[in-house]
Design a protein around this ligand. Structure first.
Ligand SMILES: [Cu+2]
Length: 118
């Protein structure tokens, strides 16, 4: 009797252990725009979104880059900063307020992009 019941209990226990992995699927909203970094350039260089939208930045280049706002907040810190992004990494940012947000790469000052938030 126990030989039949035990496998069923074990299977149920495995199912319970596996459940959290499936439930962990992120509730991240779909990005309104995607900026790809390729060959030392943000592509497209300018994207236009609405306030509250998420912009997804991808690094598909062979070298590391960053997304660093040109403007600083009242605290003197950058409005946004992805930090180091190696090849294959992505970084999403929510642009809450309308405005024109210019950004650069902290490693390559000639790399520039703009997010226009309406
Ligand atoms: Cu760069």
């Amino acid at each position: 009797m126990t030989r039949i019941v035990f496998p069923l209990v074990a299977a149920a226990a495995l199912g319970l252990l596996a459940a959290p992995h499936h439930a962990r699927a992120a509730a991240t909203p779909a990005p309104a725009a995607v900026v790809d970094t390729v060959k030392f350039a943000y592509t497209p260089e300018t994207v236009t979104v609405k306030a509250g939208d998420t912009v997804l930045f991808k690094n598909d280049d062979s070298t590391a880059h960053t997304i660093l706002s040109e403007d600083k907040g009242a605290d003197g810190k950058a409005l946004f900063d992805s930090g180091n992004m190696d090849q294959g990494q992505t970084w999403a940012h929510v642009f809450a307020k309308a405005g024109t947000y210019k950004y650069v790469c902290a490693y390559h000052a000639f790399m520039r992009g703009t997010v226009i938030v309406q």
